[in-house]
Write a protein that binds this ligand. Sequence first.
Ligand code: ZN
Length: 269
Amino acid sequence: MQPLIDPHIHMVSRTTDDYRAMALAGIVAITEPAFWAGFDRSPAGFADYFRQLTEGEPARAAKFGIRHHTWICLNPKEAEDLGLAAEVLRLLPEFLDHPRALGVGEIGLNKNSRNELRVLEEHLAIAAARDELVLVHTPHLEDKLKGTRLIMDAVRNFPTLRPERVLIDHAEEHTVREILDRGHWAGLTVYPVTKCSPARAVDIAERHGPERLWINSAADWGDSDPLAVPKVAAELRRRGHTPATVRRLLYDNPAAFLGQSPKFALPDR
Ligand SMILES: [Zn+2]
């Protein structure tokens, strides 16, 4: 079986059965961005959450032979509360220092509000000062193009953040070209309902080529699919793509972006 990487998945809200199914489907490594819990947390909850991301979840993944890395931030959905944001931002350096933390993420915008933009800029300043990789969430549906542009403009205000070290995730047909043209990596997210289907993701990859693209499930506590990446592999094979293409898109590419952090390692094979 071909090895696969799902570079964006929220395992704290998935079951051990999911881990087992992912391992059986060939997933050997995952990365887990910090995210909204589905409800707004108090500042006290974040240190525990970051410990779960850096310690608890890597240990759980290892039982299934899956290598787990994480990303640390305050997600944009909780960025409206500037008092909370200031408290969480103070925690960031300690957890970014952890050997399993690859960078700052998933930051970005949700409703493209003024407070969200301010907290985004504070995260980018931390990433620039520490030379961290950055993983960016883009807003849904009608706000996506505007939000994607606002985020890329904000990134450009930090010249030491090199574009190839910033991945803009949840790209779609109408945003992927602009993201790639600005020198960033683009992420495609495969979801059962919103976002891309496996067929749409493969269409986009065929149209734009595999350069600087990664594909993920972004599976979380909602309606989502931890086997989205293996389903994209199946769709690629169904269309007659070679094993080399499957490997490039679903293994080599994420490994190349993530490997810009010296902390990233794949399991011994
Ligand atoms: Zn996510």
